[in-house]
Design a protein around this ligand. Structure first.
Ligand code: BDR
Ligand code: CA
Length: 312
């Protein structure tokens, strides 16, 4: 059985990541941390609680995390995720309160109580993970696998020409996490922008009965409206659920490169950019920075099928 700490900023695609995890009996969500990002942290916390109720996992502890980045001021993403962070669809109210600990404290406590047994799925800005690292510098040895949705290595960015939202929302935090020596898999825009669901998938979701699918389909439409402009067709990227899938179903990854990744912290036009040496023949063996596993290809059809199954 897998025990997973989910750090998220729900957020429409964060919601689908929660759906993916809660559908799988072998995966236990040991805790959820929330962070600013797609909305402020009060809203992402409330959304996480409401989503866990919708997806039938109401007892999962939810810990409110960082309300702002380590250094820069926060920005929100209402145009992509709606005024309430969930496409303006109002979900039934939460039936429990967040725990008293912060997200970083909950992660550290879980990791210390079961060394090596907690995997981490981080699909928001990496502020909580960076704060957890300062509370517990041995965190990379205490947790199992870490899958991060973030960055844009060869692909263009989404919030700036070069930077992806989660990295751009807290570049210093991302840099600390990429340097720390976690067993880290990076699901960046390089792969998520190639793994978009299309009109047929979205219409298939509408035909599935039950509140799980119908409510998800409702808030997904807001996201689709925004993404359709980018893709030029009814389609949307599935960033966060793809990261959940990579954690639960590692065999979906059909190609990757192991490479150190750095975050640009200074650039006037490139702050938040993720950099890896992908030149042919590049030798990173002398680089003191640990490598991360950058996902470059996935089994798209198998992923789409599992995503559909998770919403049944
Ligand atoms: C990431 O940014 C957020 O808007 C999404 O939820 C996803 O985690 C994509 O860049
Ligand atoms: Ca997210």
């Amino acid at each position: 059985n897998l025990r997973i700490f989910v750090d998220c900023d729900p957020g429409i695609d964060d919601a689908l990541a929660l759906a993916y995890l809660t559908a799988r009996p072998e995966a236990e969500i040991a805790g959820v941390g929330t962070v600013f990002g797609n909305h402020n942290v009060d809203t992402t916390t409330d959304n996480a609680l409401r989503l866990l109720r919708l997806y039938g996992a109401p007892g999962v502890p939810v810990a409110r995390g960082a309300q702002r980045p380590l250094v820069q001021p926060p920005t929100l993403a209402e145009s992509v995720h709606g005024a309430n962070g969930l496409g303006d669809v109002v979900l039934p109210a939460a039936d429990h309160e967040p725990v008293a600990e912060t997200a970083a404290e909950l992660l550290v406590r879980l990791a210390r109580s079961a060394p090596g047994e907690i995997d981490v799925l981080a699909v928001g800005p990496l502020t909580n993970l960076a704060l957890a690292l300062s509370l517990e510098p041995r965190l990379p040895e205490l947790v199992g696998r870490v899958v991060v949705m973030g960055g844009a290595v060869r692909a263009p960015g989404n919030v700036t020409p070069w930077a992806e939202a989660n990295t751009s929302n807290d570049p210093e935090a991302a840099e600390a996490v990429f340097a720390a020596g976690f067993d880290l898999t990076l699901v960046a825009l390089d792969i998520t922008m190639k793994t978009e669901v299309d009109a047929a998938w979205l219409d298939g979701l509408k035909r599935i009965e039950g509140e799980r699918a119908s409510t998800t389909s409702d808030f997904l439409e807001f996201y689709v409206a925004w993404y359709s402009k980018l893709f030029g067709a009814r389609a949307c990227a599935m960033h966060d659920p793809l990261a959940a899938a990579v954690l639960l179903d590692p065999a979906l990854v059909t190609a990757h490169v192991d490479v150190p990744v750095r975050v640009e912290l200074q650039g006037r036009h490139t702050r938040g950019l993720t950099i890896a040496d992908l030149r042919p023949g590049a030798d990173t063996s002398a680089d003191p920075r640990p490598s991360v596993r950058l996902v470059t290809e996935v089994d798209r059809e198998a992923f789409f099928k599992r995503l559909t199954d998770s919403l049944r």
